[in-house]
Design a protein around this ligand. Structure first.
Ligand SMILES: Nc1ncnc2c1ncn2[C@@H]1O[C@H](COP(=O)(O)OP(=O)(O)OP(=O)(O)O)[C@@H](O)[C@H]1O
Length: 245
């Protein structure tokens, strides 16, 4: 199976502080990979290195086939990214947001117009085409932001706490979209604080103080830690953490 992420000894120091400490793992094409860790464990820092926006202090690897150090510009063009904090422009209409982000990824106007119609139909959003994003409910914004992040059909999409603040039913709908994307071969790399979502992943890694302390399928992790749930696995590991806020 093709590896969409392959990193070895990836490390990031800020002065004397090691935010990410020699992490080594790979992610296979079409996989839904959960990236967990308590606050301050180093998830965001690691993800920034994988997305080509932060240079590692040590280590090496590839993402979507590109070298994270020498070809970081190519990585940026070939991935999708969505975070709770940064996604859509609130003061642009739904269709304007789609056009803006698709344009940044270099899609032609014709393709954008065709794909926009298809997308709005699929999301049942046709009536909201001209609505300013700020007037959409949060769950709808998240669905739209995810659709925009994969509009250019990247090999991999990075989701940084994509479902924060919405109810479980809405989160389940969001996860249906994640499964659809994975079925189409898009690899999904997702951070979350919701342990029910960790159960939906094919494999989960758990970071503690900058290191990856556990990595396996949810079932294997529950077995390894003699736990009934991912919540229990996570709590056992998080208890060991020395940092956090
Ligand atoms: N630019 C920076 N300079 C110094 N320290 C930093 C910098 N960025 C992050 N850190 C530190 O690195 C550690 C890891 O931070 P990071 O944001 O990667 O954690 P996280 O797992 O994403 O946490 P959260 O879930 O709270 O977002 C923290 O202790 C943080 O204070």
């Amino acid at each position: 199976m093709n590896k969409v992420i392959e990193v070895s000894g990836l490390t990031k120091k800020f002065g004397n502080f090691t935010a990410v400490d020699h992490i080594t793992f790979d992610v296979t094409e079409g996989e839904i990979f959960g990236f967990l860790g308590a606050n301050g464990a180093g998830k965001t820092t690691a993800m920034q290195m994988l997305c080509g926006i932060s240079m590692p202090t040590a280590g090496e690897g590839t993402v979507a086939g590109y070298d994270i150090i020498k070809q970081n510009e190519s990585i940026k063009r070939n991935i999708g990214y969505m975070s709770q904090k940064f996604s859509l422009y609130e003061d642009l209409k739904v269709w304007e947001n789609i056009r803006l982000f698709a344009g940044i990824y270099g899609l032609s106007d014709k393709i954008i117009a065709e794909k926009t119609d298809t997308l709005l139909k699929r999301l049942d959003f046709e009536r909201e085409r001209n609505t300013l994003v700020k007037y959409l409910p949060l769950g709808w914004k998240q669905k739209l932001a995810f659709s925009v992040a994969i509009f250019h059909e990247p090999k991999i999409v990075f989701l940084d706490e994509p479902t924060g603040g919405v109810d479980p039913a809405m989160r389940r709908q969001f996860w249906e979209m994640i499964y659809e994307a994975a079925d189409q071969g898009i690899t999904v790399f997702v951070t979350t604080h919701y342990m029910d979502e960790a159960e939906y992943c094919n494999r989960v890694s758990i970071m503690v103080d900058g290191r990856i302390d556990a990595l396996d399928s949810p079932a294997a992790l529950r077995h390894q830690f003699k736990a009934d749930s991912m919540d229990e696995v996570f709590r056992q590991l998080a208890r060991k953490a020395e940092r956090g806020d």
